[in-house]
Design a protein around this ligand. Structure first.
Ligand SMILES: N[C@@H](CCC(=O)N[C@@H](CS)C(=O)NCC(=O)O)C(=O)O
Length: 242
């Protein structure tokens, strides 16, 4: 019997990438929630598989040579799953390079920049009394995210998916475009991207993965009180080596 892949997960864009991939690939999996607002990313067990104290991470009991393997970093997980199943990650070198270009574009560009935009637009205004300090970061990262939307929009002109055929590059990028309003983006200004956004959203596997995230967030005992949300902010922001 195929044993499920453990998915150490919390419903954020980086987490969604992996549940989308697993749904699309038809692999059995089991969610192991890592409530990052409650500091579960710092437990020794989790750090053993994800030393950067970030989710997502997976443990595949049926790794290479049939032995278990753990993988952290969402891009590495997508590549691993793509290689394992031979799906959504071309085997030919040219096709693979193209998918990797856009996967790394997301990992090094869209994800981190959008993450900073979320921080400066969504969280910082309530945390910093001098709003001028917030403005510089908000403008810098909003501009960069907007530029990246422009790049992706151009790429998607005449293509249904980022690399033509649906691939792990789409699974990586799409979850980061879901909070477009929070990023200060007007989606209709990017028509090719907007069409792709809908194309992605309508995929049953994508819808299922997103619903799973919603259900987890609403799960019993998981809603945060105001105090808990504040404690979570303290936990998440201002981390240093320790
Ligand atoms: N480059 C990493 C980033 C992962 C990441 O930033 N995860 C965040 C949630 S989206 C997290 O686990 N944060 C916990 C923390 O900041 O302590 C990846 O793509 O896997």
């Amino acid at each position: 019997m195929v044993q499920p892949i453990e998915v150490h997960y919390w419903p954020t864009p980086n987490g969604h990438k992996i549940t989308i991939a697993l749904e699309e690939m038809g692999l059995p999996y089991e969610i192991k929630p890592v409530n990052i607002g409650r500091g579960e990313q710092f437990t020794p067990g989790f750090l053993g598989i994800s030393p950067n104290n970030r989710m997502p991470a997976i443990v595949d009991p049926d790794g290479p040579d049939g032995k278990p393997i753990s993988v952290f970093e969402s891009g590495a997980i997508l590549q691993y799953l793509g290689r394992k199943t031979g799906q959504f990650y071309p085997a030919d070198e040219r096709g693979r390079v193209e998918v990797e270009e856009w996967l790394y574009w997301q990992m090094a560009g869209l994800g981190p920049m959008a993450g900073q935009a979320h921080h400066f637009r969504g969280y910082a205004p309530a945390m910093i009394s001098d709003q001028r300090q917030v403005a510089y970061g908000a403008i810098r990262y909003s501009n960069e995210v907007e530029r990246l939307y422009g790049v992706l929009n151009k790429r998607l002109a005449g293509r249904d998916f980022i690399c033509g055929d649906y691939s792990i590059a789409d699974m990586a990028a799409w979850p980061w475009t879901v909070p477009w309003k929070l990023q200060g983006i007007t989606l209709s200004e990017f028509p090719h991207l907007a069409a792709w956004f809908e194309r992605m959203r309508e995929r049953p596997a994508v819808a299922k993965a997103m619903q799973l995230g919603e259900d987890l967030r609403r799960g019993p005992g998981l809603q945060q009180s105001g105090k808990e949300a504040e404690a979570a902010r303290k936990m998440l922001f201002g981390q240093r080596a320790r």
